[in-house]
Design a binder for this molecule. Structure first.
Ligand SMILES: *Cc1c(COP(=O)(O)O)cnc(C)c1O
Length: 397
């Protein structure tokens, strides 16, 4: 079989084998409904409560503040719509950023159709929003601030603690989409002044289809789905016991191994970035230049004169999996709105690729990918009518 290298760990990760093993009994032997009052139900509930404690501990929350959902998307929808609908008498203004995940942006757009007003804060060239920008956008109608902890396309880590402090000082609820941050960046919901936080297990080596909304006790939001009284009557539907067990096991491991994994992954990423910048001309490194302020896993580049889709497909043929723009918008030929918000010119945004490294990647894979990338970029540029004009300069690979 052809060799395959997975460099799309921001789209999803594999499920750790030991996480999977902990989940397996909950498909078969321990299959009870966690809400049932007999032995089978109680047995499932014990495992659910254990997982709830693990999740709470990982972010400095209380178990009663953890609600299991179907993923990051549901958690984002619930936090934002649930707050908007609960507080609509108080105000109709929401502050967020221009570079949120579609799960936040489209939720906000849906609320705009209902009459809510949304401020989409612009970001710096490196993808940062500041606490001052957030504070300046607050009006007496503001009911919610939602700013992501780390960006999924360019890896920029936002100053969440400062933004949380601003929200707290103005007594406005603060939600953060921490789907990319959990397991990679230390989070403490108390110190960071976070009222609501979204996470998703499949971004930190857990299973797909299981997420969490952390909601600080005392914060009132509307329930999201009508039905049974699960999750303290806040989130209807039979609890996904295997998924929940997987979430608990995955977050415990991710937090315990965070420093070790980040050291390994950032070394790979840095080697890759150095290789690209040293050997390929006319390339732009997107996101934070300060590596401490971006996810250890993320490298995002725009290659001039060529299309990201072509690079992606050529690398795919070579067995290397990467992403152009966001995984959610690939298939459409629109350039990434995140890169455009960072001020990347539209043609350049079209030539962008995200490489996201994971704990199982090796240095040898990085070197192989670099070699293939040099070849692919050189070949595509040779074919590019845009590049021909610059051929005289002879500075391409
Ligand atoms: C992946 C992702 C989501 C969506 O999570 P799902 O569990 O796939 O629904 C939301 N926000 C960010 C930042 C993400 O990276």
């Amino acid at each position: 079989m052809q060799r395959r290298i997975y460099l799309d760990n921001s789209a999803t990760t594999y499920t750790d084998k030991d996480v999977l093993e902990k989940m397996l009994p909950y498909f078969t032997e321990v299959f009870g409904n966690g809400s049932s009052q007999h032995f089978f139900g109680r047995e499932a509930l014990v495992a659910i409560d254990e997982a709830r404690e693990k999740v709470a501990k990982a972010i400095g929350a209380k178990p009663t503040e953890i609600y299991f959902t179907s993923g990051g998307t549901e958690s984002d929808n619930w936090a934002i719509k649930g707050t908007a609908h609960a507080l609509k008498e108080k105000g109709n203004h929401i502050i967020t950023t221009a570079i949120e995940h579609p799960a936040v942006i489209k939720t906000c757009q849906a609320l705009e159709k209902e009459g809510f007003e949304v401020t989409y804060l612009p970001v710096t060239e490196e993808g940062f929003v500041t606490a001052k920008q957030v504070e300046d956008a607050i009006t007496d109608k503001t009911i919610l601030i939602s700013v992501m902890s780390a960006n999924n396309e360019v890896g920029t880590i936002e100053p969440i603690r400062e933004i949380g402090a601003v929200a707290k000082a103005h007594k406005i609820l603060f939600h953060t989409d921490a789907v990319q941050a959990v397991g990679n960046v230390p989070i403490d919901v108390v110190k960071d002044n976070i009222d609501m936080l979204s996470m998703s297990a499949h971004k930190f080596y857990g299973p797909k289809g299981i997420g969490v909304l952390y909601k600080r006790n005392g914060v009132r939001i509307e329930r999201f789905m009508d039905g049974g009284e699960q999750e303290r009557n806040m989130r209807a539907s039979t609890l996904n016991t295997p998924g929940i067990v997987g979430m608990g096991a995955a977050i415990e491991k991710a937090v315990a191994d965070m420093d070790k994994n980040n050291a390994h992954v950032s070394a790979l990423r840095d080697r890759f970035v150095e290789g690209v910048l040293a050997n390929i001309s006319d390339v732009r490194f997107n996101g934070s230049k300060d590596m401490k302020r971006r996810l250890a896993s993320n490298a995002n580049f725009s290659f001039e004169y060529i299309e990201g889709e072509s690079i992606l497909m050529s690398l795919d043929l070579a067995g290397i999996a990467v992403s152009s723009g966001s995984a959610c918008s690939s298939g459409s030929l629109e350039p990434s709105y995140v890169l455009l918000s960072l001020g990347v010119p539209i043609e350049l945004a079209h030539g962008s690729i995200r490489f996201s490294f994971g704990k199982n990647n090796t240095q040898e894979e990085v070197d192989y990918t670099l070699q293939k990338l040099y070849e692919v970029v050189a070949r595509l540029r040779e074919m590019s009518p845009l590049f021909k004009k610059f051929e005289g300069e002879e500075k391409y690979v």
